[in-house]
Design a protein around this ligand. Structure first.
Ligand SMILES: [Mg+2]
Length: 220
């Protein structure tokens, strides 16, 4: 399938729209996650009494193994998630810009629209406000709404989607981490990978480098 194509027929049945937050509702070049990673490394250095190189290694290792650094810290080191989430998300949002086209296209999507992030809900609301997107969604869910189980775990999706009333047969998921599309695919959702690099897999129905452009084809 050519880059950024968006057959509208594939979304005619969709009345529930689920968006990841980081690097999905803002492009990776806005580099918010770079700030978060610096704070994660500092947290790991302090909490586990390790040097920077080891902290960076563990941060990456837990992300790869568990889906998030937090999940590894909780499971292997029993850390308290709340202070961690507060510390790593205490960043500047100055790099985020309002995308009026994105706001307009999201507001045009018919039905329920939610955000589901592996970050926390308060952080997500800060990001949405900085992007001018705070009025676009019916609800915002963070990792705390899945008892701190992260995407890509199936039980995390099950918990959040039960709270949100998401029915996979009627829903679509937009996400930059392709791992996090496997469970939505199994739930029958339309799965859109939003990322600079294309990845292959049966769980990816569409790929786009530009969420605003993709949605413009859906809502035209
Ligand atoms: Mg993301």
């Amino acid at each position: 399938m050519p880059q950024n194509t968006c057959p509208r027929d594939d979304f005619h049945h969709v009345t529930q729209w689920v968006f990841d937050l980081d690097n999905t509702l803002y492009p990776p070049e806005m580099a918010l996650f770079d700030q978060i990673e610096v704070r994660m490394t500092a947290w790991v250095m302090d909490a586990l009494k390790v040097g920077k190189a080891e902290a960076d290694h563990l941060r990456q290792h837990y992300w790869a193994k568990y889906g998030t650094t937090l999940a590894g810290l909780m499971r292997e080191h029993n850390i308290d998630p709340d202070p961690y989430l507060h510390a790593v998300h205490d960043i500047s949002f100055d790099h985020l810009q309002v995308d009026h086209d994105l706001i307009r296209h999201i507001n045009t999507l018919p039905g329920k629209r939610i955000v589901y992030t592996n970050g926390s809900e308060p952080y997500a609301r800060n990001v949405l406000a900085a992007r001018g997107l705070e009025g676009c969604f019916d609800a915002v869910y963070g990792v705390e709404h899945a008892d701190f189980n992260p995407k890509p775990e199936r039980q995390a999706f099950d918990m959040v989607f039960a709270k949100a009333g998401i029915d996979g047969a009627k829903a679509a998921m937009f996400e930059d981490d392709a791992r996090n599309l496997a469970a939505p695919h199994d739930l029958g959702m339309r799965c859109v990978h939003v990322a600079p690099q294309r990845e292959t897999g049966d769980h990816i129905h569409h790929h786009t480098t530009d969420l605003t452009a993709f949605l413009s084809q859906l809502t035209a």
